[in-house]
Design a protein around this ligand. Structure first.
Ligand SMILES: [Zn+2]
Length: 352
């Protein structure tokens, strides 16, 4: 358990057990908290990858769904955006569930849980990933996990890195720092570096992909799209950070990705999620023309916040995946956010 996780978990426990989250929950009616998951992994099975933060276990996901089904109204993105500011029907606050990238586990592991509780969800798919190729950060995860060497020494931009790879924790640290360094590069330079690093690590990652990393096949994507609970959305073709791309490429990734996706699922995808999606990772205003041309009705970022009156359709907020039912409650009830706002308020006052 990492320090960050335990601190986050302790804070969540305090906010839930004290009743604070029940109080903030009441203030969030008419708004929707959108949660972002990626893949899921089976309980008790070695994941075969270094970074499990994007792949919660099925039992954790099930616990979160059970909690949300009991205390919240889990809605589609259409309702999250279309009914913003309205309180209709049940007076329970609203939550929406999303999954990014297009993992096979969305169909095999997540859908049965969604069915069990009758919860809708949206899966945002990068079309290059479907049935074919690992995304760049997945390639590096697998290569660093499997590399026979004991060090990775590489220059990225002006910086020089020398990571020891003697055990799993060293490899995980190398991966975290490597991804952070690469995400600052332009897309063209990033790809050049990834190829160079894969060459240096000298390991075959073309086969035996661990279950957690496997993409949906085209057939499975169609199967998922045919489910009455799941809607498929766009997530570009190759998953570049759009804020690091030339305009022409942003256009190609949005329009080309949408065209491929619509063809695969046999219908028009309505929602889009920016890869990475943090501040500076996309330019909502600039992308809006192409997103609209591609037929999307709204685009989601990874900037924390709730879908509430006044938010832009082209930079709708989302939260990351909670790691327990308590973290889910502290997030979607707004408790984490209220505490953060109070902290900032008192910091500002102290600075006066
Ligand atoms: Zn993604």
């Amino acid at each position: 358990m990492s320090f960050q996780f335990s601190r986050q978990h302790l804070a969540a426990t305090a906010l839930v057990e004290s009743g604070f989250s029940r109080w903030t929950r009441r203030m969030t009616r008419g708004e929707t908290a959108v949660l972002t998951f990626h893949g899921l992994r089976r309980d008790g099975v070695e994941p075969g990858i270094l970074d499990c933060s994007l792949h919660e276990t099925v039992s954790t996901f099930r616990g979160i769904c059970a909690h949300l089904a009991r205390h919240y109204e889990v809605v589609t993105l259409e309702r999250a955006v279309g009914e913003v500011g309205q309180c209709q029907g049940t007076d329970r606050p609203r939550v929406a569930l999303t999954f990014d990238d297009g993992y096979q586990s969305n169909l095999r592991l997540a859908l049965p849980v969604l069915r069990e509780f009758g919860l809708p969800a949206t899966v945002f798919v990068s079309t290059a990933f479907v049935g074919r190729e690992l995304l760049w950060f997945q390639k590096l995860d697998l290569a660093l996990e499997r590399a026979p060497g004991e060090r990775l020494t590489v220059a990225i931009g002006d910086a020089f890195y020398d990571w020891p790879l003697n055990d799993e924790s060293q490899r995980r640290r190398a991966l975290t720092e490597l991804l952070a360094a690469l995400k600052k590069l332009t897309w063209v330079e990033l790809n050049r570096q990834v190829e160079k690093i894969l060459g240096l690590l000298a390991v075959d990652i073309s086969t035996h992909w661990p279950e957690a990393l496997r993409p949906l096949t085209e057939g499975e994507l169609r199967e998922l799209a045919a489910s009455d609970l799941v809607e498929i959305g766009g997530h570009t073709h190759r998953h570049p950070v759009l804020g690091r791309c030339e305009d022409e490429m942003v256009r190609d990734e949005i329009l080309g990705g949408a065209e491929r996706l619509n063809q695969m699922i046999g219908r028009q995808a309505r929602w889009f999620a920016y890869p990475n999606g943090g501040p500076g990772d996309f330019v909502g205003r600039k992308s809006a023309v192409w997103l609209e041309e591609a037929g999307f009705e709204g685009a989601f970022s990874m900037i924390n916040g709730r879908v509430r009156p006044g938010v832009s359709r082209w930079s709708l907020p989302r939260y990351g995946a909670p790691r327990s039912a308590r973290e889910a409650e502290a997030t979607v009830s707004g408790a984490f956010e209220v505490v953060k706002e109070w902290r900032q308020h008192f910091k500002r006052r102290a600075a006066l």
